[in-house]
Design a protein around this ligand. Structure first.
Ligand code: AMP
Ligand code: GLY
Length: 420
């Protein structure tokens, strides 16, 4: 079959790599893609957030199946337009993508389904929000309601920080995303993510993971999109997984179906776990980036069969063949990230690296220029490895990093420290 993947990050390179290994894939196009993706698939450039444009491309290129990587096209309703045109699609509808696009919507779903999560209140008036913060005290968490590229959450350890966050959000720092704020109880514990395929009715987990959001070693410094991840997450014990399924995931999926917005795609659930009890931090309507890289490394070619079963509503007949393995990915980013960084520096040494089922470098912000790979983004490479233990995966990933010659980039040296 002919397959189209939308997106250009390390997540989409990992999806493309897994899909290409499956004999069902005759042809793969990725839009817009990056230099790493261009080495294994055809890349195309068009506006992936515009449903009509995507549908025309699909029709002109006889695409049989579309996999939507990032949240922006999902929140824009591209999956709805594709399904309306009769195209088999992996990714939730615009209505279902509200689980990521609106924090107050998710809180309402939690209330209705009884899923454990942080206590909260939401506000459209700054003075009322501040009065509530003073009443609750710190620590407290202030969130812009809408999509803010992962930056709209302030975990305030003192009152002044929380009150300043209100001024920033209503002052327009996050644009329309900050016109409404959600104020949450601070939850203490260890965070982990779980990725669950849903076909609207049936659910099938495809792995747990933990990522490192802070830029610096020891989980210090500014928040980023993620500097590295590993799977499985040891904190997601069998008993935590069972509770998360029974108390949070299944009730959410049932509530969405009841509201006439069945969830079809991958549900990315972020949990805070304390004393063996998971509570929901957030949902996302897509695979995590870089978490997808470790999940695809572990799933390989079967990922395509699982995504097809998700899209055609046959997940009840699907199963995951697990190897008893571990995977880790370490992000290499341009110096300065998540602040300002330079573009255009050359990356050397990639050709000499192994590329197999245990070692892969997934590209994010790269391009090819005069036969050389150059950095064109903040997060640039995802050096990913698999092993029989997390330590083995870690050693493989860092051994590859040692061979990459890119003075203008950096990486964290301690990915996986909590688990190791
Ligand atoms: P979100 O975008 O909602 O996932 O929030 C981003 C990050 O902020 C999460 O991954 C947590 O580390 C942190 N966070 C969000 N909500 C809370 C909360 N209620 N208590 C503690 N930390 C939180
Ligand atoms: N790595 C976090 C995310 O994809 O949102």
């Amino acid at each position: 079959m002919n397959i189209l993947i939308l997106g250009s990050g390390g997540r989409e390179h990992a999806l493309a790599w897994a899909v290409m290994q499956n004999p069902k894939c005759d042809k793969l196009i990725v839009a817009p893609g990056n230099a790493g993706i261009a080495a294994i698939a055809e890349c195309a450039t068009f506006d992936i957030n515009d449903g009509a444009t995507v549908v025309s491309f699909v029709e002109e290129n006889a695409i049989d199946f579309v996999i939507i990587g990032p949240e922006a096209p999902l929140a824009a309703g591209v999956a709805d337009d594709l399904r309306a045109a009769g195209v088999l699609t992996f990714g939730p509808s615009k209505a279902a993508a509200q689980l990521e696009a609106s924090k107050s919507f998710t809180k309402e779903i939690c209330d209705a389904s009884g899923a454990p999560t942080a206590g909260y209140a939401h506000f459209t008036d700054p003075e009322a929000a501040k009065a509530y913060i003073r009443e609750q005290g710190a620590p407290i968490v202030v969130k812009a309601d809408g999509l803010a590229a992962g930056k709209g959450v302030i975990v305030a350890m003192d009152l002044d920080t929380a009150l300043a966050a209100i001024d920033d959000m209503f002052g327009g720092e996050f644009g329309a995303a900050g016109a409404e704020v959600v104020i949450e109880e601070f939850m203490d514990g260890e965070e982990a993510s779980w990725f669950i395929l849903c076909d609207g009715e049936n659910v099938l987990p495809v792995g747990t993971a933990q990522d490192h959001k802070r830029v610096g070693d020891g989980d210090t410094g500014l928040n980023t999109g993620g500097m590295g991840a590993y799977s499985p997450a040891p904190v997601m014990t069998d008993s935590v997984v069972q509770k998360a399924m029974d108390e949070i995931v299944k009730p959410t999926v049932a509530e969405m179906a009841k509201r006439g917005m069945p969830y079809q795609g991958v549900l990315y659930a972020g949990f805070m776990i304390k004393d063996g009890q998971p509570r929901l931090v957030e949902y996302n309507c897509r695979f995590g980036d870089p978490e997808c890289q470790v999940l695809m490394m572990r799933l390989g070619a079967q990922a395509l069969d699982l995504m097809l079963a998700t899209a055609d509503g046959t997940l009840d007949q699907a199963q995951v063949n697990w190897a008893d393995d571990h995977a880790m990915t370490v992000v290499m980013a341009a110096n300065g990230y998540p602040g300002a960084y330079e573009k255009g520096s050359a990356i050397r040494g990639l050709d000499a690296l192994p590329e197999d089922s245990k070692n892969m470098v997934f590209h994010a912000g790269t391009a090819e220029k005069d036969g050389q790979i150059v950095a064109v983004g903040g997060r640039v490479l995802n050096v990913t490895a698999r092993g029989d233990s997390l330590q083995e995966a870690r050693d493989r990933a860092y051994a590859m990093i040692d061979q990459i010659d890119w003075p203008e980039g950096f990486n964290r040296s301690d990915i996986g420290w909590r688990a190791l």
